[in-house]
Design a protein around this ligand. Structure first.
Ligand code: ZN
Length: 100
């Protein structure tokens, strides 16, 4: 196998201004806080990912939310229908960026 992205057209599904306009907009709007709810509480951790709430072809800002890497990974792995393009869920050993 060569390169995890071979055969994936996920990138092509994102609009041209995804990284320059849409993604920064959503992260700013959500104040870089993870909007995922865990047991009714907002996660609130530092978000650096933007997630499609509904259809992954729906790029309207109201259909996007900021997520932390952890929640995004978890959500992606829960979406069975998204599994074919989701990154492998195996993660490298957890590195602690520093306890807060
Ligand atoms: Zn989170």
């Amino acid at each position: 196998m060569s390169g995890g992205w071979a055969g994936s057209n996920r990138r092509a599904e994102l609009p041209a201004d995804w990284y320059t306009v849409i993604r920064p907009f959503v992260l700013n709007r959500d104040e870089h806080r993870c909007r995922n709810r865990i047991n009714g509480h907002v996660c609130g951790r530092w978000a650096n990912q933007v997630d499609h709430i509904g259809d992954r072809m729906d790029h309207r800002p109201e259909m996007l939310q900021a997520l932390c890497a952890d929640c995004h990974g978890r959500k992606s792995s829960q979406q069975g229908n998204a599994a074919r393009w989701a990154e492998r869920t195996t993660r490298p050993p957890e590195r602690h960026p520093g306890l807060i």
